[in-house]
Design a protein around this ligand. Structure first.
Ligand SMILES: Nc1ccccc1C(=O)C[C@H](N)C(=O)O
Ligand SMILES: [Zn+2]
Ligand SMILES: [Zn+2]
Length: 208
């Protein structure tokens, strides 16, 4: 069974304040072309469910096509982090995540999916070295950013990047039970890019 953990993209999908609104239109209709409807898509890369490429926050960082695909496909653990203002290494005291390569955090802090949130559960800068020591290589969150929404320094983004942890944002983890799954969330083959929208799905893990 496939669990779709992507947010739907349509004109009501909230965008980062000030960023490009989402739009899809048939720019060349079947009547006009004589054969097909042809669509045109305009959106920010950071709308809905997406990956951040390091170039998003580092001019020297890797762009989308340079992202290693194996990070975005494989065994992943969903953990419950509901009701926290922020998440640091101490929040993992009672959890054993040793050897978990892909970690998805269910914060449930984006309550109204039709509105951009006012505040979200964010990651503390001390989390990245802790996660890296456990073997984590990809972190996924159910909110638009791993940092506080008003952050300019993006401490969590930079710390995760320094520790080789890739970032997946804007997941929909409502109703997903904690546990192990297979994750697929592949970025597009954009030659240039500061990230990419993804179709993110989970499948039940069928054993190692
Ligand atoms: N789309 C934006 C427009 C303007 C300023 C920031 C953004 C971001 O998306 C940054 C965010 N920290 C992010 O997680 O990727
Ligand atoms: Zn982003
Ligand atoms: Zn980000």
């Amino acid at each position: 069974m496939i669990i779709d953990i992507s947010r739907p993209l349509h004109t009501k999908t909230p965008t980062w304040p000030g960023d490009t609104p989402f739009s899809y239109e048939v720019s060349w209709s079947k009547e006009q072309s004589g054969s097909v409807n042809v669509g045109k898509l305009t959106m920010s890369i950071h709308t809905g469910t997406h990956v951040d490429a390091p170039f998003h926050f580092d001019n020297e960082g890797k762009q989308t096509c340079e992202l290693p695909l194996e990070r975005y496909i494989g065994k992943a653990r969903v953990v419950d982090m509901i009701g926290k203002q922020s998440i640091g290494s101490s929040d993992f005291q009672d959890l054993d995540i040793k050897g978990v390569e892909r970690l998805l955090l269910r914060t449930s802090s984006w309550s109204n999916s039709e509105m951009f949130p006012d505040s979200i559960t964010y990651l503390e800068a001390d989390l990245a070295p802790y996660l890296a020591a456990q073997g984590v290589q990809l972190i996924g969150v159910d909110v638009p950013s791993v940092d506080p929404l008003d952050s300019k320094k993006l401490l969590a983004h930079h710390a995760l990047h320094r520790h080789g942890i890739h970032i997946l944002e804007g997941l929909d983890l409502e109703g997903v039970n904690p546990g192990d799954y297979e994750l697929v969330a592949l970025p597009l083959a954009l030659i240039e890019g500061d990230g990419s929208p993804v179709r993110a799905i989970l499948r039940s893990w069928k054993g190692d």
